[in-house]
Design a protein around this ligand. Structure first.
Ligand code: HEM
Length: 486
């Protein structure tokens, strides 16, 4: 029977007493208000600095912190295999239902996820990646033209903005067979501005029931609908060209898999996967490249080391083939070290199985939401020696600087690990190799760059502030010398 209005106070008091006194997560420490309401997390996340706040919780309470009525933050390296690993029985948490599920690769249904993942893997297998390589090089060349222009004029440029344009152009072309020309025109595209607004709103981490409610309100649902329409239009455009035989993009490969007469379900899967290509593949790559350039500007000795490793691997025209650099130790180490310190998509929720899970001897009850934090693990003395320093050598010549390898999983592990990992790494290697062998990266004289890390925001992926850096052609370094002005 439904509770009547006079019964509501006693219902809420019982709920309050249960959450405060009898709840199975009660033995875990954490702020008292977090025990009472899941809105506590949204209030913390609303300033888009949850990464800093979770680190503060780790320092105050340790690796297990209760951050919601039934939500536990687990910042223990062994929590990674326990929550996400191949043997883990944890499932995707309810949050995923707000990402357009039940269709596409983000579906919480294991069988549906397996099938969509198989199709994504076809679009990202080695032979497909080889087909994408020349296109990545072509956008890298346009990116280098932008850097060269600024270098010739001895002015700095906003690396965060240009890396974002590069990432969007690459994903647009490889993912959707569309040249959005952001690098060439230097102009934003409205669809990406919309997506940025939407991911930022998602970064507030409202409880899933509230997100669903807000999406049903016409005004707030309109932006999401406009973005969905944009994605669906991309799909329609490729389907039209598919009929004339073009299968050169990830989405094209997925469409061709559905056959000449896709069912309504096939279409819904493709629409959802089209959104995932855009959502998962662009901001993640843009922020990683931006952080790489930031660290190379701060650590010129690392840039020199990279150059020394890479120059002998270049072809006669100065270009790099991915197969020649994919095993370059220091290049890979710079990427790993950057992802260790700034993992995009660090907060990944899971639901524990009814029997619960064990993390290094600590029992976590069943049917709870558990969340890891790669950001915190990347800064933990339990996982790394000198965790706050940028030391790529820990990934090859100084392995002692890593204490527990289980803690490093920026692409996640297990059934849901990032299917785009090989593509992302290929893009990073090609862009970094071409840029760092042609340019020296510097922080301008009049801008010390210290505010950059402080002002980075976290909203599912990173939201980056302006990062002004100078690129100086390696050829001209000798004759002019010194740093450029902002
Ligand atoms: C720096 C680059 C990237 C990072 C750090 C990253 C990270 C991640 C992480 C942590 C997950 C796991 C999410 C979960 O368990 O729920 C994931 C999943 C996923 N990523 Fe990435 N990603 C990156 C780039 C890409 C790219 C370029 C693409 C697309 C081409 C992509 C597509 C996906 C997809 C589709 C999934 C869902 C996989 C599944 O559910 O089976 N990612 N990514």
């Amino acid at each position: 029977m439904d509770a009547t209005v006079p019964e509501l106070p006693s219902l809420y008091s019982s709920l309050l007493i249960y959450r405060l006194v009898y709840h199975p997560l009660n033995r875990f420490p954490g702020p008292v208000s977090a025990r009472i309401s899941d809105l506590w997390l949204s209030l913390q996340a609303k300033d888009f600095d949850w990464h800093k706040k979770s680190l503060a919780l780790y320092y105050k309470y340790g690796p297990f912190v209760r951050i919601g009525s039934s939500t536990l933050l687990i910042m223990h390296p062994q929590g990674v295999p326990a929550m996400y690993g191949p043997q883990s029985k944890c499932r995707r948490a309810e949050l995923y239902t707000t990402f357009g599920a039940p269709y596409g690769i983000l579906s919480p249904d294991p069988a549906m996820h397996r099938e969509r993942r198989r199709i994504w893997s076809l679009a990202l297998r080695d032979s497909a990646l080889r087909g994408y390589e020349a296109r990545i090089r072509s956008y890298t060349k346009t990116f280098i033209d932008v850097l060269s222009n600024a270098a010739e004029q001895k002015r700095s440029l906003d690396v965060a903005k240009w890396c974002t344009y590069l990432a969007w152009d690459v994903m647009g072309d490889i993912g959707l067979d569309q040249d959005f020309s952001l690098l060439r025109t230097g102009e934003e595209h409205w669809a990406f501005t919309l997506l940025a607004g939407w991911t930022k709103a998602m970064g507030i981490r409202l409880p899933p029931w509230l997100v669903t409610l807000l999406k049903s309100i016409p005004a707030s649902g309109r932006a999401a609908q406009k973005f969905d329409n944009f994605c669906n239009a991309q799909l329609d455009a490729i389907m039209a060209s598919e009929k004339s035989g073009a299968k050169s993009s990830m989405l094209g490969i997925m469409i061709s898999h559905a056959g000449p007469h896709p069912s309504q379900d096939d279409l819904l899967h493709l629409q959802s996967d089209c959104r995932s290509i855009i959502f998962a593949g662009s901001d993640t790559s843009a922020s990683t490249l931006t952080f790489v350039f930031y660290y190379l500007a701060k650590h010129p000795e690392q840039a020199a080391k990279l150059r020394q490793e890479l120059l002998p691997l270049a072809g006669p025209d100065g270009c790099f083939a991915h197969q020649n650099i994919q095993n370059a130790n220091h290049l890979n180490a710079v990427i790993h070290e950057t992802l260790r310190l700034h993992p995009p998509g660090s907060v990944i929720p899971r639901q524990t199985p009814p029997e619960g899970i064990e993390v290094d001897g600590t029992f976590v009850p069943g049917n709870m939401t558990v969340i890891g934090s790669q950001y915190v693990l990347g800064r933990s003395e339990e996982v790394y020696d000198r965790p706050l320093e940028f030391l790529p050598e820990r990934w090859h010549s100084k392995p002692d600087l890593i204490k527990d390898r289980a803690g490093y999983a920026p692409f996640n592990i297990g059934t849901h690990y990032c299917v785009g990992r090989p593509l992302a790494l290929m893009v990073f290697r090609l862009v970094i190799a071409h840029c760092i062998t042609q340019f020296d990266v510097q922080i301008p004289l009049s801008y010390d760059g210290t505010g950059f890390l402080d002002n980075v925001q976290e909203a599912h992926t990173w939201r980056l502030p302006n990062l002004q850096l100078c690129f100086r052609s390696c050829m001209t370094l000798g004759d002019v010398g010194g740093q450029c002005e902002q």
